[in-house]
Design a protein around this ligand. Structure first.
Ligand SMILES: Cc1cc2nc3c(=O)[nH]c(=O)nc-3n(C[C@H](O)[C@H](O)[C@H](O)COP(=O)(O)O)c2cc1C
Length: 354
């Protein structure tokens, strides 16, 4: 089977969630023996359709533009056994690049009006390939895809053999580690294999692909902190990710959320540690972190018999957490104080290095 996979994401590499999802699907397809040609549309020269209808009149079936769409992509589209259209959800539908591709497939149609099932349409010059639509979206609700679903179903009708939609996309990371992400990626590969074998994805595999990710509300508040940190520090999201920027908590609650987010269960291993924090200054209060059997428990207030107690102005500790200040130097400068097992401090980067 010859598959043409078109990716219209504006981003590439680890930050592109469209690429991550498509990549796993394609791996499965290749495993099942398909020959998959992945084209990143952003790297190609594709001009807008100018509505001249030359492809319907003077040069039937051939567009007037002499660009990558005419020379490479359209011929591949006509020759493939399956096309995968992978697009980020932009303003609740395909992004402009994917729409430009779709519009430029006009030469596939003939100009004449014809009634099909009571609806006016154009007969086709060539048989188009079956299509799979893949999309990712930042919001968590499945309903964000409603307009896209409606559009692609109307456009492709029975030729649309599978639709893969992943909301909460910004939580996706390229390597799954373990847990739900690993299951979703495994299911995407399985979906790819099934498409090659039977031109459809079974309901069981689709359920696994759609498996909800972790509690969006929690990750959203860390996400909001990240946006705020980018705004305050003047970084783009890409620059923040490259630098490994840590979102700066602005309350004890968000401090605990960032710690939960950064917790590295595997590295914590079988460590048993209870840490008490006493914050002074702009944000005042107490909270604790307790690690046991690879899990992290957090809470406001006191924990009984802590192994380590840290007393610090909130701002100082947040400077250390976000790597604006060096923890050891701040300790030597007596900017915060500790009591108990001080060696735990040395292991903080290990426990919370995610
Ligand atoms: C211009 C623009 C419009 C977007 N519109 C929506 C939207 O309508 N709904 C949504 O849930 N996410 C929306 N998003 C978020 C993207 O769908 C999300 O970040 C996705 O991961 C982008 O794909 P990529 O990771 O391949 O770049 C939008 C992002 C941009 C840049």
């Amino acid at each position: 089977m010859k598959v043409l996979a078109l990716n219209s994401s504006a981003r590439t590499g680890d930050v592109s969630k469209t690429e991550i999802v498509l990549d796993y699907l394609v791996r499965g397809m290749r495993e099942a023996g398909a020959e998959v040609d992945v084209i990143e549309l952003r790297r190609k020269k594709i001009r807008y359709c100018i509505g001249c209808f030359t492809c319907w009149t003077k040069t039937p079936g051939t567009c007037v533009h002499k660009d990558d769409m005419t020379k490479e992509i359209f011929p591949k589209y006509l020759a493939c056994d399956l096309v995968v259209l992978a697009t980020p959800l932009y303003h609740f539908t395909v992004n402009a690049l994917m729409k430009t591709f779709i519009e430029r497939t006009l030469p596939i149609a003939l100009p004449f009006f014809e009634k099909r099932d009571g609806v006016t349409s154009h007969p086709l010059r060539h048989e188009p390939p079956p299509a799979v639509v893949v999309s990712v979206a930042g919001f968590p609700e499945e309903s964000v895809f409603d307009q896209l679903k409606s559009y692609v179903n109307y456009l492709y009708g029975p030729r649309l053999v599978a639709e893969i939609y992943r909301p909460s996309s910004e939580i996706l990371t390229p390597s799954a580690g373990g847990g739900v992400l690993a299951e979703i990626y495994g299911a995407l590969m399985q979906g790819g294999r099934e498409l090659v074998q039977s031109l459809k994805i079974s309901p069981e595999t689709m359920d696994r692909i759609k498996k909800p990710l972790s509690d969006f509300e929690k990750t959203a508040s860390v996400g909001n902190l990240m946006w705020r940190t980018c705004i305050n520090e003047g970084f783009t999201l890409g620059e923040a990710q490259k630098r490994g920027l840590i979102p700066r908590p602005d309350s004890i609650e968000t401090f605990l959320e960032v710690m939960r987010f950064g917790f590295h269960a595997k590295k914590a291993g079988d460590a048993r540690v209870a840490m008490q924090f006493r914050f002074t200054g702009q944000v005042q209060g107490e909270c604790y972190l307790a690690i046991e059997d690879g899990t992290l428990e957090t809470g406001l207030g006191k924990i009984g018999s802590p192994d380590l107690t840290i007393e610090s102005p909130f701002e100082v500790w947040m400077d250390i957490l976000t790597r604006k200040a060096d923890g050891q130097q701040a300790f030597l400068d007596k900017k915060y104080s500790v009591s108990g097992d001080i060696s735990i401090l040395m292991r903080m980067n290990e426990f919370f290095g995610r």
